[in-house]
Design a protein around this ligand. Structure first.
Ligand code: NAP
Length: 482
């Protein structure tokens, strides 16, 4: 990593601002810990408003030249970063596992996913086409131009430390915007490692800046800086609402990728083995710390017992351990707070009468065992709040109408899943679910070419595909008299 000034406790890293590696003004730093050992692995700058302002000013100063570059030149830098991400995938994945805890295989998959956004955006950079519109009178021409928005301020979470950054940065840079990112305090190292790749690809100074530190004062600068035209945020619904309120004064665009409460529905006509396999893939990914992972599993009554048996067999076979071990399938929870929430949700459900069929225990104060619950009363917190842990509560249902109503009975609307072999039902249910992403017989819908985002309190705006790039352009009408 950049500027490895060892202090005995780990590496000391710097921020990437205006093309230079730099510390906080007063030299303050904070610790980054490995969730599997809770040991300090690095210290990063603890920046505040002054450093944030400098980063935003640098992004504003870099904008005109970056926006004016031919799209092909911008694309070539992104292609270079994509190639470096692939050639350094193992190192990047190990860094990701060490700061986030996820199993190394999942980290490798995240690096590939993150890199795919860079490649997609590089390819798409040259296709930001304008239009001409037929005039209604003689002697006029109407052109529609698409131009980069300007400076983008991005705030990202810890659960996908690499992909949540490239899903914003790559389309923004491709469109001609400049960016300041504030990554999550638990996982700043992946962000800084990405900055190193952009630096090596000779991205001009100021076009991309990474700042670590106290989120509130940094966000305040982002919201009040006149040149910032968009706030791109992934994280909790609570913080998303704070940012949206803050963006109102400057009428900045917001894109909010927020929390979810995904239903995972299994109809009796489904292939139960595929559904159980899909449920495990979906629910236990990143130890359940995934915004689009299943929070409630609804199974049609006739198939309930058979499905639960298959799910329990698979969940209890998952290997719990340090993410750096190739065999590990369930890594540690991100931190004590994350673990506490899972324990509270489990205790709440248990007290109300839920049955624990497997798991239900904390291991070595850092892991939560993969858990399946049945007999979960409807008022249980786990059926309404995002648990963000490896717990699958299974609830039986009778009819399609009933389960669609249950699935939609939430303020969230990010992702929903269902399994069926009935083609007519597949269309009916996909259309009836009030969710931005629907996986029909598919537990892993996220791909760089498709739109990703939520309805209702799961957010607004879309990342990925042509929709993701459109979010970073202004549409301008030029009306010409000839
Ligand atoms: P979070 O607490 O909202 O934090 C996300 C980011 O916001 C971090 O960088 C954090 O900084 C920053 N932040 C915290 N308080 C802030 C404030 N008052 N003003 C401005 N920024 C602030 O969420 P999280 O716990 O990291 O992430 C988990 C949540 O993200 C879950 O709800 C999950 O569903 C959601 N998520 C959604 C998607 C999606 O695409 N929809 C993807 C992944 C995750 P610090 O880390 O420095 O506190």
């Amino acid at each position: 990593m950049n500027s490895a000034a060892g202090d005995g406790a780990g590496i000391q890293t710097l921020n990437w601002i205006n093309g230079k590696w730099t510390g906080a003004d007063g030299g303050a730093t904070f610790a980054v810990r490995n969730p599997a050992t809770r040991e300090e692995i690095a210290r990063v700058p603890d920046c505040g408003p002054a450093e944030a302002r400098r980063a935003l000013d640098a992004a504003a100063a870099a904008f005109p030249a970056w926006a004016a570059l031919p799209a092909l030149d911008r694309a070539n830098i992104l292609f270079n970063v994509y190639a470096q991400m692939l050639s350094q995938a193992r190192e990047l994945a190990m860094l990701l596992t060490v700061e986030n805890g996820k199993p190394i295989k999942e980290s490798l998959a995240e690096i590939q996913y993150a890199a795919d956004f860079v490649r997609w955006s590089a390819e798409e950079a040259r296709r930001v086409y304008g239009e001409t519109i037929p005039a209604s009178v003689v002697g006029k021409r109407h052109l529609v131009l698409k131009q980069p928005l300007g400076v983008v301020a991005a705030i990202t979470p810890w659960n996908f430390p690499s992909a949540m950054i490239t899903r914003k940065v790559a389309p923004a840079l491709a469109a001609g915007c400049t960016v300041v990112i504030k990554p999550a305090e638990q996982t700043p190292l992946s962000a800084l490692a990405l900055a190193e790749l952009f630096a090596a690809a000779k991205l001009p100074p100021g076009v991309l800046n990474v700042i670590t530190g106290n989120p509130e004062p940094i966000a305040k600068e982002m919201l009040s800086h006149a040149k910032v035209r968009k706030i791109a945020f992934t994280g909790s619904t609570e913080v998303g609402k704070i940012l949206m309120r803050g963006a109102a004064d400057g009428l900045k665009r917001v894109a909010l990728e927020l929390g979810g409460h995904a239903p995972f529905i299994v109809f009796a006509d489904a292939d139960l083995d595929k559904a159980a396999e899909g449920c495990v893939t979906n629910k236990f990914r990143n130890s359940g710390q995934t915004c689009i992972c299943a929070n409630r599993v609804y199974v049609q009554q006739e198939a309930h017992d058979a499905f639960v048996k298959k799910l329990v067999e698979r969940a209890s076979a998952l290997v719990v351990g340090d993410g750096l071990d190739e065999k590990t399938q369930i890594g540690p929870m991100i931190d004590e707070q994350g673990l506490k929430k899972v324990v509270e949700h489990l205790e709440d459900a248990r007290k109300r009468g839920a049955k624990v069929l497997c798991g239900g225990r904390v291991k070595d104060e850092r892991w939560y065992e993969p858990t399946v619950l049945t007999n979960v009363p409807p008022e249980s917190r786990i059926l309404h709040e995002e648990t963000f842990g490896p717990v699958a509560p299974v609830v039986p249902f009778k009819t399609e109408d009933e389960v669609v109503r249950l699935a939609n009975d939430t303020p969230y609307g990010l992702a929903a899943y269902f399994y069926t072999k009935d083609v007519s039902r597949l269309f009916r249910v996909a259309e009836a679910l009030e969710y931005g992403i629907v996986g029909a017989n598919d537990p892993s819908p996220g791909v760089p070419q498709a739109p990703f985002g939520g309805m209702k309190e799961s957010g607004m705006g879309r990342e990925g595909g042509k929709w993701g790039l459109e979010e970073y352009v202004e549409v301008k009408h030029v009306s010409i008299g000839i």
